[in-house]
Design a protein around this ligand. Structure first.
Ligand SMILES: Cc1cc2nc3c(=O)[nH]c(=O)nc-3n(C[C@H](O)[C@H](O)[C@H](O)COP(=O)(O)OP(=O)(O)OC[C@H]3O[C@@H](n4cnc5c(N)ncnc54)[C@H](O)[C@@H]3O)c2cc1C
Length: 310
């Protein structure tokens, strides 16, 4: 039986890929295998969730060298007879998806948020027209490479039956030489992993930003923002942008202050479990998208909320 191969350099995303693969494997009559490269912890996590893991241990392979990774994946795909590859649609995953699709002469889609099987074909849903609508697209080539957006699927639960196999590959020629790795200085928050987000837009005054950050910490969450707050005002790093050109987040709670709610923003937060929005314009679209809408001054709400949480 041909199969689905999953691979991500990110541990959490690999667990989401496993869920996605299982969702379609039965209907598409495909088995599921996971590839892990130089990451014992991820191999163990996937195996503890019942996955059949193939592990490559090869120090010359690393995530930034997507050309060498694509060559390694091609070998695995051929040996394991995989007809579909699921990757994560993060920056490196997208680059890898393009390279791999080209190598395999396969159709490829990135930023996919949903998968289903119809008439034996895999159909993918993804945002289209800047997030204003959702398109359903189908890959008709024999092989398919699909990169899935983060948090589109839950992490696979713990289950029995997993095992780890060593995969011995033929040498691949590295295209990049890794000289040194360094942790990114300063802001390293992962807004996609946060359960609570306090999100500020251009309707918030700069003086209120530190208080909004305090509120986020008190609620055990992170601060995030609309694009112009990071790119134009430079109040926060671009890692904190939510939306089409930022990150797609799915927190339990999003408190959204002074954001108008343009589609390029809302596409990144509309899957939050609960949205509370504050805007002083009762016609702001953000208030329509929210579960709880408050027509009020953002600065006043920030200060009252801070007091209430003290
Ligand atoms: C290709 C493309 C990609 C884009 N990608 C992104 C993206 O990823 N993320 C993103 O955010 N944007 C993105 N944008 C920009 C997007 O279209 C909007 O311009 C942006 O989201 C607006 O940010 P904002 O709501 O903070 O600011 P504004 O549109 O200026 O809205 C400010 C809001 O604050 C309210 N307000 C003002 N004063 C107060 C107050 N005192 N109290 C309460 N409310 C107040 C106003 O009523 C208004 O609704 C993209 C645009 C394009 C063309």
């Amino acid at each position: 039986m041909a199969g689905i191969l999953i691979y991500s350099d990110q541990d959490k995303l690999a667990l989401e890929l496993l869920t996605a693969a299982r969702l379609i494997a039965k209907d598409a009559n495909l088995n599921v295998k996971a590839l892990v490269i130089n990451n014992d912890a991820q191999a163990g996590e996937l195996a503890s969730r019942g996955a059949e893991v193939y592990q490559i241990c090869s120090p010359e392979l690393f995530a930034a060298d997507t050309a060498a990774l694509a060559a390694a994946l091609q070998q695995v795909i051929e040996k394991l007879d995989s007809s579909m590859v699921l990757l994560s649609s993060n920056r490196r995953g997208k680059e890898l998806a393009g390279r791999l699709a080209q190598k395999l002469a396969a159709g490829g889609l990135s930023d996919v948020s949903g998968l289903q099987v119809s008439g034996g074909k895999i159909q993918c849903t993804r945002n289209a027209l800047g997030g204003a609508t959702v398109a359903t697209q189908q890959i008709d080539t024999e092989k398919a490479v699909i990169a899935l957006a983060a948090r589109s699927f839950e992490a696979a639960p713990i289950q029995d039956g997993g095992k780890i196999n060593e995969f011995v590959m033929d040498a691949v020629t590295p295209s990049v030489k890794l000289l040194q790795t360094e942790l990114k200085a300063g802001d390293v928050a992962d807004i996609q992993a946060a359960d609570v987000l306090v999100v500020i837009g251009q309707g918030v005054e700069e003086d209120d930003l530190p208080i909004a950050e305090k509120i986020a910490k008190k609620l055990g969450g992170e601060i995030a923002c609309s694009k112009p707050v990071a790119t134009d005002k430079k109040w926060l790093p671009e890692d904190r942008i939510i939306g089409l050109s930022g990150k797609k987040c799915k927190p339990q709670l999003a408190i959204i202050l002074g954001v108008s709610g343009q589609v390029q923003f809302t596409v990144g937060i509309r899957d939050a479990h609960t949205i509370i929005a504050v805007n002083n314009d009762e016609n702001a679209y953000m208030l329509q998208v929210a579960d709880y809408a408050m027509v009020s001054d953002a600065g006043q709400v920030i200060n009252e909320l801070n007091k209430a949480l003290s």
